[in-house]
Design a protein around this ligand. Structure first.
Ligand code: ZN
Ligand code: ZN
Length: 753
């Protein structure tokens, strides 16, 4: 072992996830262990450490190697300087200021706190707001960084002497646990009726009573309210669907324990790691058949969104409830999640029977994160609690702050400031007053958090997106980045790629450079531009928006591409059977005259068409339903693709259409059709991969939310060359990241080193 002999003094600036994660007490303990003198302090620029002693190198090594559970070091700048002559090591109070620090993220209840709340002798026994430096709310209660109690919504609660003693004791695991509190000094629960009026009694007992009676409650969680009811009760779940006007879109389910969850779902080791981990997102897994879960939870599909209790309050409910609970975001359709009890009473008063509320304000709304595992890798479907905001470190500094406003559905924004891109959590689908309002509020929050005023705005090319309109109204420099190129750039940003790549952007529909609707795009791209080297041969969306809800219209248009009207009229196919003869004639007229029949190269729409041709579904209740239903029929043993051709960049699927029509008249061919279709997409990709054997393969877009497809791609293209987002949303939730990555590489004023 190296013996250090000289007394040295160093200044260290640590950036990354180092606030709200017990980092300062950790530094304190390591400093004491290595007899270092000096101090540690949270600043707007990160954690600053001044340390001097004989063991400088081993102290620094220990900082890197023994990091606390949730901490992450992105950079560590170390400068050696004159010895100052400190006589002790201390933790200093934070200085105000904002900058490039990563925002601390919310964490699920930890096992140490869970043990305490379960222990009748502990002073926080059954306390619904127990937390420590390893767990509890962070971003959702933060008004402005740095993360200190006075700048969170906990500032309204004065610590009692016992809590204060823990808060100021560096050896306590609640040392500077900013939301620290107890039964005496912390937030309080209340139970309200659906008009928002208080009901006397034990709030948890009242909530449990309602849930047991098959009623629907709203419960205030970390980032917003959940709607909850008995997931095994057909009446409760169908009543929730009826009241919320949500026909078939799957609902997430919360289980009291891992054991209970495993009675209802099949999970592998990797899924278990995430389900039981420090964040506890909703994980989409395979459901078991024959359980008592209501068939209304996830109709027609074999997947289930599962989550374990992640706050002490959820856990208390399951003390006396032994059935799984629906836990879905409290909102109207795809609007932002609601954070105030008054708003629940006002807007969802006809949906809920009661409200379990408390008085710790949610400052920043945040939905639950939703992930899926494919071949051991995370596919981020919705980035929210525990993962958002997400910071990506850049090599060079951005001189003038940049704001990227993202797309329209699954809206999220990104801010480029100094050496960071910060991507926001899921906002919702824009286009309503609530969503557009929350979108603007998120922008204001980010500007405040990072103390900056963006001078350049990046948008989608789509002129009618609320986000594009917002950017135009700002009267600042702005320009658009093509939607599918932005998907590829988002993945490149996550992996810091700036070389030439082979990109596959497969999604619903996005505005193409030629004004048509793109969505099945193959491109050679780098950070400065792209060349479209392949795309699905455009087909007509008969009736425009109507076709997006009715896959049979898209399928019919593909039949018109392949057959004459007379042939279509006598064709045996689930698609033609879904229409009356005069409807087919009418739609043929639309098709030939090109009336309200925009052309699209969308892979998502091709999924829908195949769902119709194969007889899986003819009209949709929610986006992506066709693909999800087909997924439950896929057999991994069937790997033979359908036929297709590629001429002049166009991928023509008419041979596949013909083959599916032939198969669909035979019995029991759904398995074959679903499996061979997935194999066909793989084969299409392989065509281009084989032509460009040297380029990294980069993918993006909503189609890759398909778990079966993703698993096959990981198996086929494997390690080293194949890149898919894991930390940021692979769907439109990642568009802002891609837009910003483009601007970072193409800003006129050269970025400073
Ligand atoms: Zn804890
Ligand atoms: Zn207290």
């Amino acid at each position: 072992m190296l013996v250090e002999s000289s007394y040295k003094s160093v200044g260290i600036v640590v950036k990354g996830l180092v606030q709200g994660v017990g980092f300062r007490p950790f530094v304190y303990r390591e400093a004491k262990a290595h007899a270092m003198m000096g101090f540690v302090i949270n600043t707007g620029d990160g954690v600053v450490i001044e340390a001097e002693g004989l063991e400088c190198e081993t102290f620094i090594k220990a900082l890197r190697e023994n990091l606390p559970k949730h901490a992450r070091i992105d950079s560590m700048d170390i400068v050696e300087h004159e010895v100052y002559g400190y006589t002790d090591f201390e933790i200093r109070e934070s200085t105000l200021g904002v900058g490039s620090v990563a925002i601390p993220l919310d964490a699920a209840l930890c096992s140490a706190c869970q043990a305490e709340m379960d222990d009748p002798r502990n002073r926080r026994y059954a306390y619904p707001f127990i937390n420590c430096t390893d767990c509890g709310p962070r971003y959702t209660i933060l008004q402005i960084p740095p993360y200190d109690r006075v700048r969170t919504s906990m500032k309204h609660f004065t610590m009692c002497s016992q809590c204060e003693a823990e808060y100021t004791d560096p050896t306590s695991r609640r040392y500077h646990a900013e939301p620290i509190s107890c039964l005496d000094c912390g937030p309080k629960l209340t139970f309200l009726d659906n008009k928002g009026l208080g009901i006397a009694g034990d709030p948890i007992a009242l909530a449990v009573e309602m849930l047991k009676a098959g009623k629907i409650i709203a419960l205030k969680g970390l980032g917003g309210f959940h709607l909850m009811c008995d997931a095994t009760s057909d009446t409760a779940v169908s009543e929730l669907r009826h009241r919320k006007h949500r026909k078939a879109k799957p609902l997430a389910v919360m289980f009291g324990s891992l054991e209970q969850l495993q009675e209802y779902a099949m999970i592998d080791e990797e899924e278990k790691v995430h389900i039981t981990g420090a964040i506890k997102p909703i994980v989409i897994v395979r459901s078991k058949s024959g359980t008592n879960i209501s068939t209304h939870v996830a109709p027609l599909i074999d997947r289930l969104g599962v989550v374990l209790p992640y706050t002490p309050l959820h856990r208390l409910l399951f003390e006396t409830i032994d059935f799984p609970l629906i836990a879905t975001s409290a909102n109207i359709s795809d609007e932002p999640i609601i954070v105030k009890a008054e708003e629940i009473a006002h807007r969802l008063g006809n949906v809920v029977d009661g409200i379990l509320n408390h008085n710790r304000t949610i400052v920043n709304a945040l939905d639950d994160s939703v992930i899926q595992i494919a071949q051991g890798r995370v596919v981020m479907l919705r980035m929210g609690r525990g993962f958002a905001p997400h910071t990506i470190s850049l090599r060079d500094s951005i001189t003038k702050p940049i704001l990227a406003v993202g797309a329209h559905q699954k809206s999220a924004i990104a801010l480029g400031v100094k050496k960071n891109i910060v991507l926001s959590g899921h906002i919702g689908d824009l286009g309503s007053i609530e969503a557009d309002g929350y979108f603007e509020k998120t922008i204001e929050t980010f500007k405040r958090f990072y103390d900056c005023e963006p001078t350049l705005l990046i948008t989608d090319l789509h002129p009618h997106y609320s986000s594009t309109r917002y950017a135009q109204e700002q009267k600042k420099e702005h320009y658009g980045v093509q939607h599918h190129y932005a998907h590829i750039l988002a993945c490149m940003a996550e992996y810091s790629l700036d070389e030439k790549v082979l990109g596959f952007a497969f999604d619903g529909t996005g505005y193409g450079e030629d004004g048509s609707l793109w969505g099945g795009e193959v491109m050679i791209a780098d950070t400065h531009g792209f060349e479209r080297i392949g795309f699905l041969k455009p087909f007509a969306l008969l009736g425009g928006d109507k076709a997006i809800k009715e896959p049979r219209r898209i399928a019919l248009s593909l039949l018109f591409e392949r057959y004459t009207l007379e042939e279509v009229l006598v064709l045996k196919s689930p698609t033609t059977e879904a229409f009356l003869e005069y409807e087919i004639r009418q739609l043929y007229h639309i098709w030939t005259k090109k009336l309200n029949a925009p052309l699209s190269s969308s892979m998502g729409r091709l999924f829908d068409a195949v769902a119709s041709l194969g007889g899986f579904i003819q009209t949709l209740d929610y986006e992506g339903q066709g693909g999800m239903i087909m997924e439950s029929f896929v057999d991994d043993e069937i790997t033979e693709p359908f036929d297709f051709t590629v001429t002049n960049r166009e991928i023509d699927v008419s041979l596949m259409v013909e083959q599916i029509v032939a198969l669909s008249t035979q019995n029991d061919t759904k398995r074959l059709i679903a499996s061979r279709f997935i194999a066909t997409i793989e084969a299409m990709m392989h065509c281009f991969v084989a032509l460009h054997p040297k380029l990294p393969i980069v993918i993006g877009g909503g189609v890759f939310q398909n778990q079966t497809l993703m698993s096959r791609l990981y198996r086929r293209f494997g390690e080293g060359r194949f890149y898919a987002q894991q930390q940021t949303p692979i769907n439109d939730g990642g568009i802002a990241l891609g837009q910003l990555y483009y601007a970072y590489h193409n800003t006129k004023e050269k970025n400073e080193r």
